[in-house]
Design a protein around this ligand. Sequence first.
Ligand code: NAD
Ligand code: MG
Length: 393
Amino acid sequence: MVVSSVRPDAASNRKSLTILGSTGSVGKNTIDLIKRSQSNYQVEALTANSNVIALARQAIELKAKIAVVADPSKYQELKMALSGTKIEPAAGEQALIEAASRPTDWVMGAIVGAAGLAPTLQAVRRGATVALANKECLVSAGEIFTREVERHGATLLPVDSEHSAIFQVFEFDQADRVTKIILTASGGPFRQMDKSSMLSVTPSQAIAHPNWDMGAKISVDSATMMNKGLELIEAYHLFPIAEPQIEVLVHPQSVIHSMVEYVDGSVLAQMGTPDMRTPISFAMEWPNRMQTPSPRLSLADIGTLTFELPDCERFPALRLAREALITGRSAPTVLNAVNEVAVQKFIDGKIGFLDIATTIEEALNKIPPHSISSLEDVIEIDAESRAWAIQQS
Ligand code: NAD
Ligand code: MG
């Protein structure tokens, strides 16, 4: 178990925080919550990949101390956008890691993809409280990441709505009384589509998620159901539970965000409307709860909640993720890296929707699993897998 079950005393002062990936969907939702009670928070660092204008606007509005853009060629542009303010501009991968090193009470890890691994791990290594949205970190480097959390006494709080749900109903002091975790999945935009029709779906169809408004990559992952596969691996690393005890259940209304079943037959669920501000707020003020503007749940209006088993024939990504978890070693690193490249190729119109899972399956068959003992091993296998995936037609 890496998520903390120890409830600290409520912090009384202004909370200092850093947002890694502040310009994305999770980043913006986090900022929305901060702005609603800005006097409670002191923003240290905000980071983005390349959107300098959005980053500078956020930094000025929140009076951040430093704004970091990952793309080094954007440094001058950022400097210009921040001129006349006291906000320090910085650029490049190393600057991102330095931003994560700055002492703060709380860090939001909301970068998308394995690109978030080094800075998020840096926050872990200074023993920070890290709210983790960036699930690819745990998929790509699960054992290394959780080992570092324990070694440095960091606190890891899940932000993914399913994992936040589990965290809220998981009785850590009776972990051996848990029989299974049930991860719910919306099924994505192609839940009812036959496989032959999936051959010709477009990126904009795949990105249009029925229930959640999210970044492009996770939206495509939801359409292939790789998102649930990544979440299966994420859950395995976050909670004291074995792989066969983690089940996936399709629940198109996205009202029940996940469930935990106990030996006595009780099943505890966390529910709410699909609004990321609820799980973000839970990680922001844990162990307390804060007011959010998330729409309230009206079960009477919804009327019916439905459930079905996932179809791994139409959505092979889910099966591939489970297989990678069972294989272990570098298989999840390969799965994640090849998925990131294949999703980008699909978004760029270079491959079809079904090619995403086919490419991953081929990679898992062709690239033999290696043991992983350090972050450097992860980085090397991640790079090799990306290079392999880029070369595929
Ligand atoms: P997004 O694409 O909207 O935003 C990603 C952020 O990461 C942006 O700030 C971007 O500038 C930054 N970024 C991208 N590439 C980078 C790089 N190479 N180096 C540094 N920064 C980089 O993504 P999102 O939807 O906010 O998702 C962020 C993470 O949270 C993902 O891991 C996703 O799976 C997870 N998550 C998102 C949601 C959601 O509702 N959006 C829900 C659950 C989990
Ligand atoms: Mg999720």
